[in-house]
Design a protein around this ligand. Structure first.
Ligand code: HEM
Length: 393
């Protein structure tokens, strides 16, 4: 226990009951964090209701905490709603020995599934064909592809875990997805998660269309270059595979830029410190919630020349080759980092390329009227609802 020189990181004034609520815009927390970091520096303290939260802003602070002091920052922040539902179990919210065992088990199992009779890549490819046929059956009528994509992504997990996929019309499958959607709606409110305040329901309603979709960003920009890359590397007759990615730097850069720009979990999933922790010149008391702000890294202008603009050039060098970046952290970093990264990245590449191999995307409104900025919903950034035409190539 560290008791001398207790010094918390600086931050706005704390009021009784509401904490720092007056300085925080619930609708756009990531933007609020940016403003607060300008005033208080890269490590600052805020209060969500009565809960103390330390925010880490920028790559240096996040790396120092999650990598250099990884053990101390490896706990999951107490999330009242998760606690209520899962009662401390489950990989995402558990801590200590239970979390270590679950994480080891999940990583090994995912790896083993990937090496089973059918690889994870094959399962994604199989689902991708069903997805293309389903899109084709819309006969060029404009539609919102979110639910098709959610069904395809969910089916890949079903195929990996249960060994089989569901028919898209299967009632059990659709009920399961509805329940997951409802669950998502409740979980995305940072406020309901950190303070237990009753904001979750109303925020959940207003931003409930959870999705994994990136198509809206794509149609805003010309997909011509991706079509060219697909035609020269893959052609029209065989299915895309992961080995193609190495020869498709532009497409790879687009997939990275979509993830950077979208910044799906801008404030990460809350962490906590496992014990009283000395961090830089501060002392952070045990169980303090930690927000390792991912958006502050994905939008760092030192790395990405114009971070608020969508530009695949952020991931290309002067020769047009793919350029890796240490600032690409949508899956976080360190001991709690996402275990689904490999699967998610495979799905993004394979679904995107098969869709563009088979279709040209056309918006229903004028290009200039498309709003690609994500709908900020506290903990999760969502694409806005949209409709488009899928014209067979
Ligand atoms: C584009 C898609 C995805 C993104 C951007 C994403 C991002 C994240 C982030 C930021 C975290 C929190 C890391 C931290 O606490 O430092 C996380 C945790 C996690 N993710 Fe993902 N994820 C994605 C897809 C997936 C998929 C497909 C799976 C399932 C296979 C998955 C499974 C998990 C699990 C189990 C954790 C908790 C890990 C732990 O607490 O030890 N994720 N993810």
């Amino acid at each position: 226990m560290i008791s001398s020189n207790r010094k918390l990181p600086p931050g706005p004034i704390r009021l009784p009951i509401v904490g720092s609520a007056l300085q925080l815009s619930i609708k756009d927390l990531p933007q609020t964090m940016e403003k607060l970091s300008e005033k208080y520096g890269p490590v600052f303290t805020i209060y969500m209701g009565t809960r103390r939260v330390v925010v880490l802003h920028g790559r240096e602070a996040v790396k120092e905490a999650l990598i250099d002091q990884g053990d101390e920052f490896s706990a999951r922040g107490v999330l009242p709603l998760f606690e209520k539902i899962f009662k401390g179990s489950g990989i995402v919210i558990s801590n200590g020995e239970m979390w270590k065992q679950l994480r080891r088990f999940a990583l090994t199992t995912l790896r083993n599934f990937g090496m089973g009779k059918k690889s994870i890549e094959e399962r994604i490819q199989e689902e991708a064909l069903f997805l293309v046929e389903r899109i084709r059956s819309t006969h060029e009528k404009p539609f919102d592809p979110s639910s098709f994509l959610i069904h395809a992504v969910s089916n890949v997990i079903c195929s990996v875990v249960f060994g089989d996929r569901f028919d898209y019309e299967d009632k059990k499958f659709l009920t399961l997805i509805d329940l997951l959607e409802e669950n998502n709606k409740l979980q995305i409110s940072f406020w309901v998660q950190t303070s237990g305040w009753p904001y979750g329901r109303s925020l959940g309603e207003s931003c409930g269309k959870s999705s994994f979709t990136v198509v809206l960003i794509l149609i805003h920009f010309t997909t011509e270059k991706i079509h060219k890359e697909i035609d020269s590397v893959i052609g029209r007759s065989r299915q895309p595979c992961m080995a193609d990615r190495g020869q498709m730097p532009y497409t790879d850069a687009v997939v990275h830029e979509i993830q950077r720009f979208m910044s799906l979990l801008p404030l990460n999933v809350p962490h906590a410190v496992t014990r009283d922790t000395r961090f830089r010149q501060y002392i952070i008391p045990k169980d303090t919630i930690i927000i390792p702000d991912l958006r502050s890294i994905l939008y760092d202008s030192k790395e990405f020349s114009n971070p608020r603009e969508f530009n695949p050039g952020h991931f290309l060098d002067e020769n047009g080759d793919f350029k890796k970046s240490d600032y690409f952290v949508p899956f976080s970093t360190g001991k709690r980092m996402c275990i689904g990264e490999g699967l998610a990245r495979m799905e993004l590449f394979l679904f995107l390329t098969i869709i563009l191999q088979n279709f040209t995307l056309k918006p229903i409104i004028d290009h200039k009227d498309i709003d690609i900025s994500p709908e900020v919903c506290s903990m999760v950034n969502m694409p806005r609802p949209y409709q488009l035409y899928f014209i067979p190539r």
